[in-house]
Design a protein around this ligand. Structure first.
Ligand SMILES: Cc1cc2nc3c(=O)[nH]c(=O)nc-3n(C[C@H](O)[C@H](O)[C@H](O)COP(=O)(O)OP(=O)(O)OC[C@H]3O[C@@H](n4cnc5c(N)ncnc54)[C@H](O)[C@@H]3O)c2cc1C
Length: 483
C-alpha cells in the first residue's frame, strides 16, 4: 500500500457506500460513512427500516449473478451473513436444464433471492462489525469544502453536515445514489459535471406478498413469471423468507395505469391476468404491505474525468451517482459493487496521489459504465418506439435491429438452444460486459435463426385480457366512493 489517504469519507450508506466501506476496511483504510437515514432496526427491516433516502427500498429487486460473484470475490463475509440470515442462492439456469448438460462455467449464473432490505441489511451489519468503519448516522451532508490552487482542479477537503458539523476529508466517495446532490454542489463551485441522460419512460407498481401457509404453487416459478399486455408488463420477483413481489410496468403517459397505485386496482388487475392470478389469490399469497409506485427513472452516465483530467481532486463517484440504468434490467446493484470494489483497488494502488487515484478509477470503470448506459438506453428506446409508435430515426435503425435480435433471438431461443440460453444468462446477469452479448459471430447467427423460428411473442394464455380489457377491469373495480 502506498501513502494512505488522511481521511476517507463515504457519502451515502446504500449498496455502493457500504460495499466500498467494507472493501476499503479490508485493505486497511479507516473510513467514515455519512448516511442520512437511521440505522436498521432489530426486527423486520423490510417494514420498519426508515429508508427515505432510498425510494426504491420496498420495490422489488433481483440480485444478479454478478452481484453474488463480486461478493464472493471481494466481501465473502457478506455472502456468509446472507446465508446465515436465510437468503437463498439459486441457479435457475442449472435447475432448468438437465444435469448432463451442465458445464463448470454455469456456476457463474447463481442469483441471490432477496428483498432489497435483506440484502442491504447484510451489507450494513457486515460494515458495522468491522472496526475501521465509523458511521455518522443519521446525518445529512449538505456540501463539500474545497481548497483551490491556481492551475489545478479544486480539491475536496471536507464534508459539511446539516447540523453544522464539518468532517475533514482527504478523499470523498460520492455514494449518494441516483439523486446525489454532488453535481449541484459542484456547479455552485463553477465545476460542471457533464452527463449523458435518457428518460426510461417507465413507471412501476408493485406489491410484496408472503406465500400463504399451505400454498401449493411451485414457488420458484415466480422467478419466471413475466408477460406483456400490449405495453403493460407483469413480472414476478422471488424474495427471501417465502416472499415474492408482483410488479406491473408501463408507460407514464398511460393515465389508466396510474390507478394501479390503489390496492383495489392492483388486485383487480393482478386477479384478471391468468398467469398472475394464482399468485395473488389469498390462498397462495398474503400481502405484506400496500402498492409501491416509482417513476421518473433515467439512464444517466456522469463524467468526472474530461480529456484525461479529473474535474475535482479527492472525489470518486461510485454507484448510481456515476451511472444509473433502468431498474427493469436489474443491473444497478451489480454495477454499484463493481464501481465500489474498483474504487477500493484504485485507492489501494495510488494512496494519497489524488489525480492518479481518480484516473485509475476512471480507467477501471469507464468502459463498463459506458456499456451498461448504452445498452440500457438502447433497450429503452426499442420499448419506447414500440409503445408510442414513434418512428425509428435512420441513425437508430441498426442499433434497434441489434436490440430486437437480442430480445427476440436470445430470449426466444433461451430454452431451445443451450448456447443462446448461456448467452442470455450472461447478459441478464452481467457475467461479462453488457455489450458483449452478441460479440461471438456464430452466436449472432444462431440468434438470428432463433428469432425467425421462435422470436414471436408466445401466445397469451386463454383469458388473458387485452390492454383495453384491462383498462375496463380496473375501472369496474373502482369503489363507489372514489368514482
Ligand atoms: C424501482 C427500482 C428497482 C430496482 N431494482 C433493482 C434490481 O432488481 N436489481 C438491481 O441490481 N438493482 C435494482 N435497482 C437499482 C439499485 O437500487 C441501485 O442501483 C443501487 O441501490 C445503487 O446503490 P447506491 O449505493 O449507488 O445508491 P443507493 O443504494 O440509493 O444509496 C444512496 C445512499 O445515499 C444516501 N444519501 C443520499 N444523499 C445523502 C446526503 N446528502 N447525506 C447523507 N446521505 C445521503 C441515501 O440515504 C442512501 O442511503 C432498482 C432501482 C429502482 C429505482
Amino acid at each position: 500500500m502506498t501513502e494512505a489517504h488522511s481521511q476517507i469519507v463515504i457519502l451515502g450508506g446504500g449498496v455502493a457506500g457500504l460495499a466500498a466501506a467494507i472493501a476499503l476496511d479490508r485493505r486497511g483504510h479507516a473510513v467514515t460513512v455519512i448516511e442520512r437515514d437511521p440505522p436498521p432496526p432489530g426486527d423486520d427491516p423490510f417494514m420498519t427500516w426508515k429508508r427515505r433516502g432510498v425510494p426504491q427500498f420496498r420495490l422489488p429487486h433481483g440480485f444478479s449473478a454478478r452481484t453474488r460473484n463480486l461478493l464472493a470475490a471481494h466481501a465473502p463475509e457478506v455472502l456468509e451473513r446472507l446465508g446465515a440470515d436465510g437468503i437463498e442462492v439459486i441457479n435457475l439456469f442449472k435447475r432448468l436444464i438437465p444435469e448432463e448438460l451442465w458445464e463448470p462455467g454455469d456456476d457463474a449464473f447463481a442469483n441471490l433471492w432477496a428483498r432489497r432490505a435483506a440484502f442491504e441489511l447484510a451489507l450494513r451489519r457486515t460494515a458495522e462489525a468491522r472496526p475501521g468503519i465509523a458511521f455518522v448516522c443519521p446525518a445529512v451532508a449538505t456540501g463539500l469544502r474545497f481548497e483551490r490552487a491556481d492551475g489545478t482542479p479544486p480539491r475536496v477537503t471536507g464534508v459539511r453536515l446539516a447540523d453544522g458539523r464539518e468532517l475533514d476529508a482527504g478523499l470523498v466517495l460520492d455514494c449518494g445514489g441516483q439523486r446525489t446532490p454532488l453535481p449541484r454542489w459542484l456547479a455552485a463551485e463553477g465545476v460542471r459535471v457533464g452527463a449523458d441522460s435518457q428518460d426510461c419512460e417507465t413507471v412501476y407498481f408493485s406489491r410484496y406478498y408472503r406465500f400463504t401457509e399451505g400454498c401449493d404453487l411451485p414457488k420458484t416459478a415466480v422467478a419466471t413469471l413475466r408477460g406483456d399486455l400490449d405495453g403493460v408488463a407483469y413480472i414476478g420477483f422471488p424474495g427471501d423468507h417465502d416472499t415474492f413481489a408482483i410488479c406491473f410496468e408501463g408507460h407514464p403517459a398511460d393515465e389508466d395505469l396510474r390507478l394501479l397505485r390503489h390496492t383495489w386496482a392492483f388486485e383487480a388487475a393482478a386477479g384478471a391476468v391468468p398467469a398472475v392470478a394464482p399468485w395473488v389469490d389469498p390462498a397462495n399469497g398474503t400481502p405484506l404491505d400496500g402498492v409501491q409506485i416509482m417513476g421518473g427513472h433515467h439512464n444517466v452516465r456522469r463524467r468526472y474525468v474530461v480529456d484525461g483530467a479529473p474535474l475535482v481532486l479527492g472525489l470518486l463517484p461510485v454507484g448510481d451517482s456515476l451511472c444509473t440504468t433502468n431498474p427493469a434490467y436489474g443491473w444497478g446493484a451489480a454495477m454499484a459493487l463493481t464501481f465500489a470494489f474498483t474504487a477500493a483497488d484504485a485507492v489501494e494502488r495510488h494512496g494519497g496521489d489524488l489525480a492518479a487515484t481518480a484516473l485509475a478509477y476512471e480507467e477501471g470503470v469507464a468502459a463498463e459504465a459506458d456499456a451498461v448506459y448504452r445498452e440500457s438506453a438502447a433497450m429503452d428506446r426499442a420499448r419506447i418506439y414500440r409503445l408510442t409508435g414513434r418512428e425509428v430515426p435512420e441513425h437508430d435503425r441498426a442499433e434497434m435491429e441489434r436490440q430486437h435480435l437480442i430480445a427476440e433471438g436470445l430470449a426466444g431461443g433461451v430454452l431451445l438452444d443451450i448456447e443462446l440460453g448461456r448467452a442470455f444468462c450472461r447478459r441478464v446477469n452481467l457475467v461479462g460486459p453488457a455489450d458483449e452479448v452478441l460479440g461471438n459471430p456464430e452466436l449472432a447467427v444462431r440468434a438470428g435463426e432463433a428469432r425467425k423460428e421462435y422470436g414471436e411473442e408466445p401466445a397469451a394464455a386463454d383469458g388473458t385480457p387485452t390492454r383495453d380489457e384491462l383498462r375496463a377491469i380496473i375501472h369496474a373495480a373502482r369503489p363507489e366512493a372514489t368514482v
